[in-house]
Design a protein around this ligand. Structure first.
Ligand code: AMP
Ligand code: MG
Length: 405
């Protein structure tokens, strides 16, 4: 099989996924979830004309010439309206959020008034009609579309929906992603590593990336590099309830111990493509297994991560029905020269800072070793170099893929 271009691979992957079912959840559980439908205001906000200031409510006609002296006829704090009318020559003491009494059309802030006595207010500086009043429905009206389907809910959306008295939200169910690590050398984090062993970092790298993108990781543990161990994990996968995407890590390449294609192949793996023109991450497998999509990630952490950002993250977003799919891209100016690129699309681990003009200035990590987690952890973007891109010099504009902050 020849190497498949990244864009073509992405198109093929995206075709295999569609939006999952929706579920109704409490608004206070909805942070980070993706709306399945549009949501509409259940009430009008504010529900009445409300004061935007602590001050006095009166008729604008009465304060055309200032100072003007008015008779105080009552109070309207937040949560309690003044029952009477504001007639010509009178005013009501009002507080922020208080309902503007009938007859009044203007609020003058406290700072622009004097109180000669208990029953009188003197307005020192006037204002035009309507000043300091938030009219009914100024924020939103009952039935108004507040949030479109496909929106990832933030604290700000949730605050607005609470104000609109929306107690439950229709969201897309979280995609369940099964993760199977493979390798004789792996131990679980917190264990004691033997002389030839390393910690299974990819499991937590991937499960965290899945959570960051709205999914639920389902850990199938570590399969050893032998048929029996892999078959035990295949049985575990089959016994696990509803998996939307099956991810294997490691064993995807051509080495003697790379058994994924061979063993899964004996159990029905249908390979859609294998090997992408990407660096790092060339040996990624995409296929169908156990009646669902399967991604076979390479084992080196940076390779696994770059492939996951490029293919697993868009798959998750499609399953969630998100308005925007995939990691966001941006433009940046090179902080240094970069050499010409080879035949594979390169995703260099990199770090950008913003200069005083708000432009992004990007520096590639000096050593692009796909086994290095220390450089991956401190990257905040991937510097994208298309196949056969010519050498680029300091100050040139390049594309970057933004990573989760
Ligand atoms: P493989 O793709 O299985 O040939 O693995 C390539 C490299 O990645 C090897 O050095 C493995 O030790 C390493 N590796 C594989 N799986 C993991 C994992 N889950 N966590 C950390 N490193 C891994
Ligand atoms: Mg291996």
């Amino acid at each position: 099989m020849s190497l498949i271009p990244v864009d073509q691979a992405l198109e093929i992957v995206c075709r295999e996924f569609s939006r999952l079912e929706s579920e109704e959840i409490a608004l206070d559980q909805a942070l980070g979830r993706t709306t399945a439908t549009a949501h509409f205001a259940a009430i009008t906000q504010p529900p009445f004309d409300a004061s935007a200031m602590d001050g006095y409510a009166m008729r604008a006609d009465d304060i055309a010439n200032c100072p003007a002296t008015l008779k105080l006829v009552g109070e309207a704090p937040a949560g309690k309206s003044h029952s009477g009318m504001v007639l010509p020559g009178t005013a009501v003491r009002i507080f922020t959020g208080g309902p503007v009494p009938t007859g009044a059309d203007t609020v003058i802030m406290q700072e622009n008034t004097e109180r000669p006595d208990e029953a009188t207010v003197r307005i020192m500086t006037g204002a035009e009609k309507g000043r300091n009043i938030r009219p009914r429905g100024n924020d939103f009206s009952e039935g108004q579309n507040l949030v479109d389907g496909g929106t990832v809910l933030t604290s700000r959306h949730i605050g607005m929906m609470a104000a609109a008295n929306i107690p439950t939200v229709s969201v897309t169910r979280k995609p369940r992603i099964a993760l199977l690590s493979t390798g004789d050398e792996l131990i679980t984090v917190g264990g004691t590593a033997g002389p030839d062993q390393i910690v299974n970092s990819n499991n937590l790298l991937m499960s965290s990336l899945i959570r960051e993108n709205g999914g639920v990781p389902v850990d199938l543990g570590i399969a050893r590099d032998n048929q029996a161990s892999l078959e035990e994990k295949i049985a575990l996968l089959k016994a696990t309830e509803k998996i939307d995407l099956f991810i294997t890590i490691g064993g995807a390449s051509v080495g003697d111990h790379d058994l994924i294609q061979k063993i899964l192949g004996q159990h029905g793996l249908e390979v859609i493509f294998w090997k992408i023109a990407i660096r790092p991450g060339k040996p990624m497998i995409f296929g169908r297994f156990n009646n669902g999509p399967m991604i076979g990630l390479p084992g080196n952490p940076a390779s696994a991560y770059v492939c996951a950002v490029n293919f697993m993250v868009p798959a998750l977003h499609i399953m969630l029905g998100r308005e925007t799919v995939g990691a966001p891209q941006s433009r940046a100016l090179l902080a240094h020269d970069v050499p010409e690129n080879g035949a594979r699309q390169d995703y260099m681990r990199a770090h950008y800072v913003e200069n005083t003009d708000g432009e992004k200035i990007v520096t590639a990590t000096p050593r692009q070793d796909s086994a290095k987690l220390s450089t991956l952890a401190h990257a905040n973007c991937l510097l994208l170099r298309p196949p056969h891109a010519p050498a680029a010099t300091k100050g040139e504009k390049v594309k970057i893929v933004l990573l989760t902050p």
